[in-house]
Each structure stands twice: as structure tokens, then as C-alpha cells.
Design a protein around this ligand. Structure first.
Ligand code: NAD
Ligand code: G3P
Length: 339
């Protein structure tokens, strides 16, 4: 199969390495220097240093070439940019001949508060078969060929089949879902909880606190996701609980690292500057707080993260406030709006 990956960041490069084992892969990036360095060294020193790209991966900064490669009913195009690049990159695919399109980004669009599928619906309408590939997946582990399980979500059964055929195999297992909203909300909000867990671990609150944050974080994700139209069971799966556990506990997570570094007393600006990659949880935390308020869903951990990130609230005082909240029956808080 011809597959085009648009965006040679960490994840785009890793998925290209996986797919190139069985398919003809073209990897595009807007940054000509990244492309030419990667062509020369066969390593993406900016996006994913330390991993050799197979010779078969064709690198390009010519968008038209990449689109041509991923066009047609038997080809696949994958957008691997951050959420912030999704609108412009998908917009460039209008009337392009791309028929099968998925994206990998996890977050809500800043300013609009839209999920990725809503952004692509605005740019492309019903022109393409579209969906999202998500789940617990650190780029470095996928590039190293370690075992991994993901979920493709799409309303199109034929696209789900194409993505499974393309990506399932070797050490990667692909499940399918038609709950696009549920899958996208899980992938977006877990990033905020990973920041919370990084903060908690960073100040030394210990493993009991970490487990509580993950569990209560899953309740927050599920409440918001159900309010936005996702199905409760989706949040128990790979793109909900699975990705939440990975990102909250794995030190490869950039979102977790934001929390860990802020716990050392660094400012958010310093941490972001040092990161060198996108931390989607920082970008969408305020949006999620706003969406939750609008939907009448209580998200105390998310609100606490926003306070620490943007309002200079201290980590220790925000945890005291979380613990001092009124007590209630646990079962009442899992999927339903809290009173
Ligand atoms: N890194 C991972 O392990 C991983 C795993 C799963 C999902 N994701 C998600 O995938 C997305 C990308 O993550 P990443 O780790 O590759 O990020 P990254 O910071 O390494 O790379 C981001 C990429 O997006 C491109 N980009 C940004 N804005 C653009 C625009 N307007 N036009 C064209 N290109 C643009 C950049 O050039 C770069 O290639 C994020 O939403 C992330 O949450 C990452
Ligand atoms: O490094 P993070 O925190 O962006 O997380 C990467 C992936 O989303 C993990 O599945």
C-alpha cells in the first residue's frame, strides 16, 4: 500500500518506521532542514534522534508529491502533526485526491475548542473517509519495534479495514471502534492528567496519590467524554484507561515531564522551551476546563492543573484543596455529572 505521513515529528517518524516494514511510505515535513538532514543521515535528529530510518522511506518537503503518493482508494494519508497543524494541513488536502485519511494528534483545538474530527469535518466536509488512530504509544518504543496496541476509530467501516490492514502486524495490534468522540476525548484529556501526575510525583506525594489521580482522572475523562457524546465503555479501553496509565506513569511522556519539571520550581515557559516537542495537555487544559463548565461536568483535577500552569497556584496548596472537597459515594461520580 502507498502511505503518506504528513509531519516528521517524533510520532510521524516512528509510525513511518513501523509502516515501512510492509508498505511504500513517503514522509513529509514543512521544515526543509529537517527533511534534508534526515535524508543525509537517515536519522531525524530533531524529531526522533537515535533511530535509523529504513532506506525505503522517501522523505520530502514537497507537499504535492506527498499528497500524490497518499491519494486514491487503495492508498492512505496520515496527518501526524500536533493539533495546531491539523486545520492547515487537512485544509491543503481539499480536492486533492486523498480518499482515506487518518490523524494521530491528541487534543482539542485551541480557541475553537473543537476535537480533531470536528476540525477535519470543517476543512474537508464529507470529501474523504476519515478517522483517528490513538492509544498508548510512545514514539521511541514503536520506532524500536516493541509491542504496542492501538485503536482506529472511524464512522467508515472501509477506512477502519484499510487502517487495520496497513498497520496491524509485527509487534503492532490494531483494534477498531466507531466511537470517534470517545477515542478523541480520551487521547486529549489524559495529557492533562499526566501533567497532574508528574506534578504529584515531582513533589514526592508518592504512589498512593498517583493511583488516586489516575483513577479519579479516568472518572473526569469519562464524565466529559460521555457529556460530549462518547460511549462510557470506550474510556475503559486502550484510548482511555490504556493511554492514561501509560502517559501518567511513563517517563517518556512529555506531558508528565511538564509536571515533573514544574514541581522542581521551573516556570512553564522554561519547561516548554526545554521540551522541544509539543505537550498537548498544556495547550488544551484551559479549553477542557471551559468545555466542562459549559457541559456542567465537574473536573477538579483538570481545574487544579490549570491553576498551577497558568495562575501560579502552588502544587501543594492545590492538592490540599482537592482533598478538602466534600465527600460522596464513589459510584455516583464515575460517569454522571457531579451535583
Ligand atoms: N510522541 C509520541 O509518542 C506520540 C504518540 C502518540 C500521539 N502523539 C500525538 O501526535 C501529535 C504529534 O506529536 P509529536 O510527538 O510528533 O510532536 P512533535 O512536537 O515531535 O512534532 C510535531 C510535528 O507537527 C508539525 N507541525 C506543527 N504545526 C504544523 C503546521 N501548521 N503545519 C505543518 N506541520 C506542523 C511539526 O513540524 C512537527 O513535525 C501530538 O498531538 C501528540 O499528542 C504523540
Ligand atoms: O509524550 P506525550 O505525553 O505527548 O504522550 C505521548 C503519547 O500520547 C502516549 O500515548
Amino acid at each position: 500500500m502507498n502511505i503518506t505521513v504528513l509531519g516528521a515529528g517524533a510520532w510521524g517518524t516512528a509510525i513511518a518506521i513501523h509502516l515501512a516494514k510492509r508498505h511504500s511510505v513517503m514522509l513529509w515535513d514543512r521544515n526543509k532542514k529537517v527533511v534534508s538532514e534526515t535524508v543525509q543521515t537517515r536519522q531525524n535528529m530533531t524529531g526522533l534522534p537515535g533511530f535509523t530510518l529504513p532506506e525505503s522511506i522517501i522523505l520530502t518537503s514537497r507537499f504535492e508529491d506527498a499528497v500524490a503518493h497518499g491519494s486514491g482508494s487503495d492508498a492512505l494519508t496520515i496527518i501526524a502533526t500536533s493539533v495546531s497543524g491539523l486545520r492547515s494541513v487537512s485544509g491543503r488536502l481539499k480536492d486533492s485526491g486523498v480518499i482515506n485519511l487518518i490523524w494521530l494528534c491528541k487534543g482539542f483545538e485551541e480557541n475553537t475548542g473543537l476535537l480533531p474530527n470536528q476540525v477535519v469535518a470543517q476543512t474537508l466536509g464529507s470529501q474523504v473517509d476519515m478517522g483517528v488512530l490513538s492509544g498508548p504509544s510512545f514514539a521511541q518504543e514503536v520506532a524500536a519495534g516493541l509491542p504496542c496496541a492501538l485503536t482506529v476509530a472511524s464512522m467508515s467501516m472501509s477506512l477502519r479495514k484499510i487502517v487495520v490492514e496497513a498497520a496491524n502486524g509485527g509487534n503492532m495490534r490494531i483494534y477498531s471502534s466507531d466511537d470517534v468522540t470517545g477515542v478523541e476525548v480520551g487521547g486529549a484529556v489524559k495529557n492533562i492528567l499526566a501533567i497532574a501526575t508528574g506534578m504529584s510525583d515531582g513533589v514526592g506525594f508518592g504512589m498512593n496519590a498517583r493511583a488516586a489521580l489516575i483513577t479519579r482522572g479516568l472518572a473526569e475523562i469519562t464524565r466529559l467524554g460521555v457529556a460530549l457524546g462518547g460511549r462510557p465503555e470506550t474510556f475503559m479501553g486502550l484510548t482511555g484507561m490504556g493511554d492514561l496509565i501509560l502517559t501518567c506513569t511513563g517517563d517518556l511522556s512529555r506531558n508528565r515531564r511538564v509536571g515533573l519539571e514544574m514541581a522542581k520550581g521551573k516556570t512553564l515557559e522554561t519547561v516548554i522551551a526545554e521540551l522541544g516537542h509539543v505537550a498537548e495537555g498544556v495547550r488544551c487544559a484551559q479549553t477542557v476546563r471551559m468545555l466542562a463548565a459549559k457541559a456542567g461536568v465537574e473536573m477538579p483535577i483538570t481545574n487544579a492543573v490549570v491553576g498551577v500552569l497558568f495562575d501560579k497556584v502552588s502544587i501543594k496548596s492545590t492538592v490540599s484543596q482537592l482533598l478538602a472537597r466534600h465527600v460522596r459515594d464513589e459510584a455516583d461520580t464515575l460517569y454522571l455529572k457531579e451535583p
